[in-house]
Design a protein around this ligand. Sequence first.
Ligand code: PGA
Length: 224
Amino acid sequence: SLNELKGLEKGHLSLATTTTAKYFVPRLLGTFKRQHPAIELSLNITNQAQVLDRLAHNQDDLYFTGRPPKELDIELRPILPNPLVVVAPINHPLAREQKTISLKRLAQEPFIMRESGSGTRAIVEQFFADNRLEIKTVMEMSSNEAIKQGIVGGLGLSILSLHCLSLAVPGGPLTYLNVEGFPIQQQWYVIYPSGKQLSLAAQTFLDFLLDEGKAIVEGRLDHS
Ligand code: PGA
């Protein structure tokens, strides 16, 4: 029966995720691997543009992204909320602000931006454009971790997925600001080309993700 087969699925499962989704996808793999030890896993981490490029070339089984493409014919499953916040060093004057910080005030700050091709960057650019504000970009960096170090070093602020801070220890060097219009509420999706016949391993992972993914990730986020 199907139940007897559960846990014995074999095969290889190749996943691709954006650099923000990398903060939750690997957390799920421990539980999944215990349930399905015979499935071999690989995970490719890159930015939004490259994840979509991998999808267009059918390089992986499933893809995680915060910005599903409109121009591609894809299947799309919402997985988790992805709030974006303004990250600042704990000693920044705006971090002590009691009142909600206005967008005009925020726009006076220098910003560290992700590289072009990043979904985060696209969201941030759109947000500033919608609010008719210019971004004062101090520098571009192609890594959320590098940006966090730049923030700690006083180079500027940045708008990042809240999940980038999920393992931050209380009393650590980073915080996020209380700014008008924030968090920017986004959503992560798992996507794959429509009409693609998923392998048993991929279908098993997708079912696992939809059944247990949210609880696993949110359970851990509460404790971080
Ligand atoms: P990225 O990820 O900035 O690494 O492209 C963002 C997203 O998936 O929305």
